[in-house]
Design a protein around this ligand. Structure first.
Ligand code: BTN
Length: 275
């Protein structure tokens, strides 16, 4: 079945605007994050958004690829220009995850879980991923721009995923058993992202509390892989800056980077398998 093409006018209309000057909908691109970066370097304003029907080099965290088949997902990058130091944005990926969950809840009456730090999940499978990238001003260390990339599996059936992803990925349509109105969801995500620019400290703390509630990692057995070393522990909490607090058999440490597998998710079922 031919997939419908994303309609920029319809998305903008849901938001109450016109698409000119800020909303770029492309048939195909290597990565919407890379395209948004190019626009950022050409002085595109904050709030610029790039969507593509297909990505030929969709990227995820840790150098992974993000499968982005034609017409079956939402591949979105959003430009932010906060005037602050990078350290003040350590929680940005978490805030974006909550914003996307809220948009799904509003438009689909469905709220996924969050696997620390950037995956939205359902039933132990990955539904969406977030890739946040930023550029700093040399010298001052101030953030020059920040690109928030969001990939959501929308209409794939199990067979549409490559064999290695069939047991670890899932789409909204499979979960909800109904077609997904992508324009409406995109509009809700864009509105939720826009709000991130003006959060009060209390709103920010509330979003982090919500992250903890939605986070499927906290309280679970985890395997942390950093610098080639793998360690098993239990995730106790998430700090306000987004670091995962892990108890490694009596030694409690903050985990800010690396790969964290959660037992029961993405094929990590016991100590002998990788998540
Ligand atoms: C991850 O799974 O680690 C994050 C995946 C992020 C994918 C999105 S799709 C839109 C944007 N463009 C990219 O190349 N990546 C992000």
């Amino acid at each position: 079945m031919a997939e419908a093409i994303l309609d920029a006018n319809a998305i903008a209309q849901w938001i109450g605007r016109t698409p000119e000057g800020w909303l770029h909908v492309l048939p195909t691109v290597d990565s919407t994050n890379d395209y948004a970066k190019m626009l950022a370097l050409q002085n595109a304003p904050k709030g610029t958004a790039v969507l593509a029907e297909q990505q030929t080099n969709g990227r995820g965290r840790m150098g992974r690829s993000f499968q982005s088949p034609m017409g079956q997902g939402i591949y979105l990058s959003y430009l932010l220009r906060p005037r602050c130091q990078a350290e003040e944005l350590m929680d940005l990926t978490c805030l974006v995850a909550v914003a996307v969950c809220q948009a799904m809840e509003e438009t689909l009456d469905f709220r996924p879980g969050i696997k620390w730090i950037n995956d939205l999940v359902w039933g132990g499978r990955k539904l969406a991923g977030i890739l946040t990238e930023m550029s700093l001003e040399p010298g001052s260390g101030l953030v020059r721009y920040c690109i928030v990339g969001i990939g959501i599996n929308c209409s794939q059936s199990r067979q549409d995923f490559p064999p290695e992803l069939q047991d670890i990925a899932v789409s909204l349509q499979t979960i909800l058993d109904r077609p997904i109105h992508r324009e409406r969801l995109v509009a809700a995500v864009l509105l939720a992202l826009e709000k991130l620019d003006n959060l009060t400290p209390e709103e920010r703390r509330a979003m982090m509390r919500r992250y903890r509630r939605d986070c499927v990692t906290i309280g679970k057995a985890v395997r942390v892989i950093r610098a080639g070393e793998s360690r098993d522990g239990v995730a106790l909490d998430m700090a306000d800056d987004g670091a995962l607090v892990v108890d490694f058999e009596g030694t409690v440490e903050r985990v800010q980077s690396g790969e964290v597998s959660v037992r029961g998710f993405f094929g990590y079922t016991d100590c002998g398998e990788n998540g």
